[in-house]
Design a protein around this ligand. Structure first.
Ligand code: TXA
Ligand code: MG
Length: 309
């Protein structure tokens, strides 16, 4: 972990596991390091990055005017699959925030991520900027081998990938805009609207009217495999198929995943979509989970994946 932290301090990249998906990390106060994230991902530079911190005590380094409800959220759900968008401090440079006056911060809940962030802290670092470790617009990686598959061609020799096995949650963090009087969910995730309302006692706003540039994950075409994702069809022979395990596989259809519940659905979804591409399938039919909770996040990602690349 100490040497991985030094890789970051030197301005190189460390891809690391979190509970949601793998991140592609750089020292968030090093503009050259952060610039490499954008080139390795092929991501437009006006799309902001999430700053990962070791504990909520570091929130005040990156953010200013933190409202009370944001502190309540941090206390309840960090470390965890939640990103808070806050008014930025002077430390949060334009090269991290995409030139906006806000910054996204998160304390991830994964032993390796936390150990890396703590070692980075000890080495004098302030925070690790990390988007999902995929090429822009593609499916987020939930295993170290998926990171290598996505980015190997773009890494340089001092970059590092930490292998922490498969991610436990499987879809990206809930992003909550905390710059207004009420929290607003910009991207649904494992921390649901009901959970936010319960701990804050506030009404939660939906993402209506959000400028799409601010959340690249909210672009209509995102999270997409090469295979075409179909959401409202009965699968036919030769197509891939992802559905809850109580739904049968029609003959000739290639079953890619059979999750037993919504949590497992989230956990296996991205690897199943990658599997479709690995098998060279041209179409995947997905029966979406109904209901609230993490099913909302799954449907959100599937709708974008279905819009294609
Ligand atoms: O679970 C996650 O959040 C993962 C892991 C690695 O932490 N990270 C992740 O990062 O999904 P990324 O960059 O792939 O998606 C983060 C989203 C982007 O759509 C970005 O535009 C948005 O967060 N974002 C970051 N800072 C923001 C800000 N200040 N205001 C609005 N949106 C912001
Ligand atoms: Mg992403």
């Amino acid at each position: 972990m100490a040497s991985a932290a030094n890789v970051l301090i030197a301005g190189d990249l460390v891809a690391f596991p979190t509970e949601t998906v793998y991140g592609l990390g750089a020292d968030a106060s090093n503009s050259a390091g952060v610039a490499r994230i954008y080139s390795v991902k092929g991501r437009p530079t006006d799309h902001p990055l999430i700053v990962h911190i070791a504990s909520m005590e570091r929130m005040g380094d990156w953010a200013s005017d933190v409202p009370e409800y944001a502190i309540t959220l941090a206390r309840n759900f960090w470390p965890g699959p939640m990103t808070l968008v806050l008014k930025r401090s002077e430390l949060a440079g334009d090269f991290v925030t995409g030139g906006q006056d806000t910054v996204g911060v998160r304390v991830p809940n994964h032993v390796i991520a936390l150990a890396l962030l703590e070692a980075f802290d000890k080495a004098g670092g302030m925070g690790v900027a990390a988007p999902s470790a995929n090429r822009f617009g593609h499916v987020s990686p939930t295993t170290a081998s998926a990171v290598v598959e996505e980015l190997a061609d773009y890494f340089s020799k001092d970059d590092l990938v930490l292998d922490g096995g498969a991610c436990a949650v499987g879809v990206e963090s809930t992003i909550i805009d905390c710059t207004g009087l009420l929290p607003r969910v910009l991207r649904p995730g494992a921390i649901s609207t009901a959970m936010i309302e319960e701990v804050t006692g506030l009404d939660v706003l939906s993402p209506n009217g959000v400028d799409e540039i601010r959340v690249s994950g909210s672009l209509e075409n995102h999270y997409a495999p090469v295979a075409k994702v179909l959401l409202c069809e009965v699968p036919v022979a030769g197509q891939g198929f992802i559905a809850h395990k109580n739904i049968e596989t029609p003959s000739g259809v290639i079953r890619l995943a059979s999750p037993g519940d919504d949590e497992e659905f989230a956990r296996v979804l991205y690897s199943a979509l990658r599997d479709a591409d690995a098998r060279g399938l041209s179409e995947v039919v997905v029966v979406q989970p109904i209901g609230i909770g993490i099913a909302v996040a799954i449907r959100d990602r599937l709708a974008r994946a279905a819009n294609g690349r």
